[in-house]
Design a protein. Structure first.
Length: 127
């Protein structure tokens, strides 16, 4: 029924929510959620399957839930100063694929994902 009403559609790995008003906001007023929703909405409007968010979800000692996605944070860091329409225009000019990932978006926007470097430390114990 929802498929016939245009609310959802089947895609390769599940269902795609087409009705933008039922997409949950996991955290309000944060930059990465704002940027992700702009990307998601742009994808829906342009017939592109939106990228998975793939956040690392951590339950804190106080019971609160923290979501983290370092690549989305890098993308948000570059796009945060831009207005929504400027970001949509940038996506229109750069995205050429019908199925995208956050990695693809970072690549076409020339964003380098800063990997955590492993640093070796020598420990010297003195008596």
């Amino acid at each position: 029924m929802a498929v016939n009403a245009g609310q959802i559609k089947y895609i390769t790995n599940g269902l795609l929510i087409l009705n933008k008003s039922i997409i949950p906001d996991f955290k309000k007023d944060d930059t990465d959620t704002r940027i992700y929703h702009i990307i998601y909405d742009w994808c829906i409007d342009n017939g592109v399957v939106p990228p998975d968010r793939n956040d690392e979800i951590k339950i804190m000692e106080d019971g609160s839930i923290r979501r983290k996605n370092s690549l989305l944070l890098e993308i948000a860091g570059k796009l945060d100063y831009m207005k929504d329409e400027e970001i949509r225009s940038l996506l229109t000019n750069r995205i050429t694929s019908e199925e995208i990932t956050l990695e693809y978006i970072a690549k076409v926007l020339n964003i380098n994902n800063k990997k955590k470097e492993e640093i070796e430390y020598s420990i010297i114990m003195l008596d």
